[in-house]
Design a protein around this ligand. Structure first.
Ligand SMILES: CSC[C@@H](O)[C@@H](O)C(=O)COP(=O)(O)O
Length: 371
């Protein structure tokens, strides 16, 4: 996608051939700054501190974290230690585990002397796959937006509500939930996006609003609790969000607050779509509410808020009483029954075991034999 009119991805290998460039997302929207990762610890820090975030981008960064680790030590032990360190950075997004498994699978059979070059090749391929998958999600999701536009008799605009950031900043490129919106915009369908601010870290207000703005997609930032009101007044034609982990039966973990939007959508007859690349499906789990680990993060994300002063200085201020305890849950789970459909790179399906297996039939024997 484009930044200041220039195409770019969210991570890249620098011209030295081994350091990894990222956009420091903690600085957006007030500053656009890039960072150079040169060690495993820097890659792990980038994921943990959310300089990079979003399920697919976390996976891609972890893959390059393995490359950086192997440059220092390409032994079996070092490979396992790097994967364990990276795996522990963030618990909810399953793409992290998927990417590390892919790296291990490609590298373990090789002699240490061949591992570094092979690791960079595999990481680059994972990134290219992510881009192709997201583009394809965009094309399948575009059909849903076009249908909404037709239902409105091609009058006015298609109002779409999204939560958190599932755009190109959350992936290597294109995004998941936002990919259909970029394509619709490109094709002249008048889309307008209601952007939930997404407390506590404000991924909607700072990241989704910024990237939509870079592409000229009309949008309006709203406080997290506004969506229900808009739906009651016919101001939302459809909701589309991303996911950090989707179970085999279609339960969906996503940024905290997603579940409440799905409830409001159901109450108001608004379609609620979830866009996901297949590496986000955790085929080992069924009941997402019971079994998906929900990240709890530092309470300071909730007690403090950052913003820019008129002088341009970015400051952080406290918003809660010093003595009040806080709880900072990062994600919640929306049960499949509240999801109108899942949008994957292979097409749109019901949020159910049968729906997912209809698009991923190769999973059927494995599930039926329990392997
Ligand atoms: C394509 S990204 C899907 C999800 O990762 C996204 O919606 C989300 O919840 C991101 O959470 P974050 O905590 O910012 O990593």
């Amino acid at each position: 996608m484009k930044v200041h009119g220039k195409p770019m991805r969210t991570l890249w290998v620098e011209t030295d051939g081994h350091s990894v460039g990222i956009i420091d997302q903690t600085r957006l929207p007030h500053a656009f700054a890039t960072l150079r990762l040169t060690t495993l610890d820097e890659a792990a820090h980038a994921i943990r501190s959310m300089q990079v975030r979003g399920a697919p981008l976390i996976g891609a960064t972890a893959a390059y974290g393995v490359c950086l680790a192997l440059r220092a030590d390409a032994s079996d032990g070092a490979l396992e230690r790097a994967c364990a360190l990276l795996q522990a950075t963030r618990p909810t997004a399953v793409n992290l585990r998927w990417a590390l498994d892919e790296m291990r699978r490609a590298l373990r059979p090789l002699p240490p002397s061949e591992r570094v070059a092979a690791a960079y090749r595999r990481a680059a391929a994972l990134c290219d796959e992510d881009v192709a998958i997201n583009r394809s999600i965009g094309e399948h999701g575009l059909g849903l937006i076009r249908s909404a536009w037709e239902r409105k008799g091609r009058q006015g605009r298609v109002n779409v509500l999204t939560h958190c950031n599932a755009g190109w900043l959350a992936t290597v490129d294109w995004g998941t939930a936002l990919a259909p919106l970029y394509l619709a915009h490109e094709q002249g369908i008048p889309v307008h996006v209601w952007v939930d601010e997404t407390r506590p870290r404000n991924q909607g207000a700072s990241l989704t609003a910024w990237e939509l703005g870079q592409h000229g997609v009309p949008h309006t930032v709203i406080a997290d609790n506004v969506g229900g009101h808009l739906m009651q007044h016919g101001e939302v034609d459809l909701c589309i969000v991303g996911t950090d982990r989707t179970t085999a039966r279609g339960d969906v973990a996503n940024k905290i607050g997603t579940y409440l939007k799905a409830l409001a959508a159901r109450d108001n007859g608004v379609p609620f779509y979830v866009a996901l690349p297949s590496p986000t499906i955790d085929w080992t789990l069924e009941d997402g509410v019971r079994d998906i680990p929900i990240e709890q993060r530092d309470g300071r994300e909730l007690t403090d808020i950052s913003g820019r002063l008129p002088s341009g200085e970015v400051v952080t201020v406290r918003v809660t009483p010093e003595a009040s305890p806080v709880a900072n849950y990062g994600f919640d789970v929306t049960p499949a029954r509240l999801v109108t459909a899942l949008v994957t790179e292979r097409g749109v399906c019901a949020a159910s075991t049968e729906g997912l297996l209809s698009l991923f039939p190769e999973r059927r024997p494995a599930r039926e034999t329990g392997t």
